[in-house]
Design a protein around this ligand. Structure first.
Ligand code: MLC
Ligand code: AMP
Length: 466
């Protein structure tokens, strides 16, 4: 059973709070059990993952029924949504249903059904995530993998039922949904979701009668919190301030420490691997470093070039390609044996695509990514290929190259270099926002006469940019 706390006989008031909606543990079990009663069959359920209690109830209902959950970003445009629905083989839809979606809608039953024991190896969550090219891939996470990943975090963060987790992150990714909701429901702590990850909302919870003990954010969220010193100071009494999903700049680490009196805990993860590296609650927190493997996880650094066979020393300086192994890893990409095989380095090692260094104490620092085609913007992982394909569909675009450029707030911002005539910058931005999730829209379009290409005709993205 993944959500172990839900089988405890004792109730817990305010077990889940999302905005103004509040459920006790018993209330959640009842609502999720009634949702489960309405699930037709045992195929995956696509959950329109708005930041709402409905999403929490639907996801928990599916897990109690032993049916895979496919969280769909609520603003995903038709191109992205159709792909997710087709590829996942979703059999039903939960939440507000767009006209074009014809799947049967889950209608909660009058009586809750009891949780079923499911094969822990069965996919519990199918999370869609971008690759460098093509449409997003569905990472299959089994109940066993999710449980292992969460148990590791309970250990390293000293996370207990006495905690209250606070965040406002999207409920369709590992960070917001698995850590931020399922983590709380597994250990039995409370969770407060602020609907949006705005500094004032985090501060309001911190100053309320029911303050949090752990606050989660991506670096963009922390950047906005330190820009509002009053909000930052409200978090001073928290037990842990946790950052992840993208690199936390050293200056931001220091600023958080200065304003709140405590250094943040940084951790590193991926959709495919959950969280594999983290600083310890009671251990060293080092700016620019993501800490040690969580219990069960192992890491290795392989030479950064195929020609080089010299082992990468643990000197804190030599860069290698990061590979990870452990019980929290996914079971593969849905319908993509090619991509699954490509990510598999043998013996259970997963190629993260990240470049890292490791020091003698086992601390890791992420120094970049192997591919320029994966962009991290606001903590979202975005493949340039998917955006390029949509832009090329626009009649005014002849050629395009999409890259991530440094951005003080978002980490990277999406910039599209376009060869073409007629379309304005805003038209092209809106074109992408209408077809894909909004966060995949370019923040900037630069019109150029030609794209830099090598003699083979391949675009040289590293030569783009200011
Ligand atoms: C502006 N907007 C437009 C638009 N121009 N919308 C459509 N088309 C246009 N042309 C509007 C939007 O509607 C929205 O309004 C507003 O602009 C903000 O847009 P945004 O891009 O969504 O928000 P922004 O403020 O930039 O977001 C910052 C952020 C967000 C931090 C809130 O990036 C975020 O939630 N990031 C979290 C990502 C995350 O959880 N990643 C974890 C992955 S798991 P409105 O009204 O809707 O606000 C993982 C594993 C691990 O990585 O290690 O954790
Ligand atoms: P996603 O699939 O959205 O989970 O994105 C995973 C990617 O996010 C990783 O491969 C890293 O590139 C990046 N990432 C996650 N956490 C961190 C971190 N703490 N520091 C640097 N990069 C991170």
């Amino acid at each position: 059973m993944l959500l172990t706390s839900l089988t405890r006989p004792q109730d817990l008031d305010r077990a889940v709070v999302v905005g103004d909606d509040v459920l006790s543990r018993a209330g959640l079990v009842d609502a999720a059990g009634r949702f489960a009663a309405g699930i037709p069959g045992d195929g995956p359920v696509a959950v329109c993952a708005t930041a709402s209690m409905d999403t929490v109830v639907a996801a928990v209902g599916c897990l109690l029924a032993g049916v895979p959950v496919v969280p769909v970003p609520p603003d995903s445009g038709p191109a992205e949504r159709d792909h997710v629905l087709r590829d996942s083989g979703a059999a039903a839809w939960a939440g507000e249903r767009p006209d074009e979606v014809t799947l049967p809608q889950v209608r909660p039953g009058a009586e809750p059904v009891a949780p079923v024991e499911t094969d822990p190896e069965r996919t519990a969550m199918l999370l869609y995530t971008s690759g460098t090219t093509g449409a997003p891939k569905g990472a299959e996470l089994s109940g066993r993998a999710i449980a292992a990943g969460l148990d590791g975090l309970f250990d390293v963060w000293g996370w207990t039922p006495d905690d209250t987790v606070v965040h406002g992150l999207p409920l369709f990714h590992v960070h917001g949904l698995i850590l931020g909701v399922l983590g709380a429901l597994r250990i039995g702590s409370r969770v407060v979701h602020t609907v949006k990850p705005e500094p004032a909302r985090y501060a309001a919870v911190a100053r309320s009668e029911h303050p949090g003990t752990m606050y989660f954010g991506v670096p963009t969220v922390w950047n906005r919190i330190v820009a509002d010193p009053d909000a930052a100071q409200a978090l001073a009494n928290a037990r842990l301030l946790v950052s992840g999903s993208a690199p936390l700049p050293e200056s931001l680490f220091s600023r958080i420490a200065e304003l709140t009196g405590q250094a943040p805990v940084e951790r590193y993860g991926m959709t495919e691997t959950m969280i594999t590296l983290s600083a310890r609650a009671g251990g060293e927190r080092r700016a620019g470093w993501v800490g040690l493997p969580v219990p069960g996880a192992e890491t290795r650094l392989v030479p950064a070039s195929d020609e080089d066979t010299t082992p990468v020393p643990d000197d804190g300086e030599t860069v290698g390609r990061l590979e990870v192994r452990g019980p929290m890893l996914f079971s593969g990409y849905r319908n993509r044996p090619d991509a699954t095989a490509e990510s598999d380095a043998g013996d259970g090692w997963f190629r993260t695509g990240d470049l890292a260094v490791r020091d003698a104490a086992g601390f890791h620092r992420i120094v970049g990514r192997e591919s320029t085609d994966l962009i991290k913007s606001g903590g979202y992982r975005i493949g340039s290929g998917e955006i390029e394909a949509v832009l090329l569909d626009h009649p005014d675009v002849a050629e395009v190259a999409v890259v991530g450029e440094p951005d003080d707030d978002l980490g990277q911002r999406i910039v599209a270099y376009v060869v073409g005539e007629g379309g304005t910058e805003q038209e092209l931005i809106d074109h992408v926002a209408a077809k894909l999730s909004r966060h995949k829209r370019p923040r900037e379009v630069r019109f150029v006469d030609a794209l830099p290409r090598n003699p083979m005709g391949k675009v040289q993205k590293k030569r783009l940019g200011r």
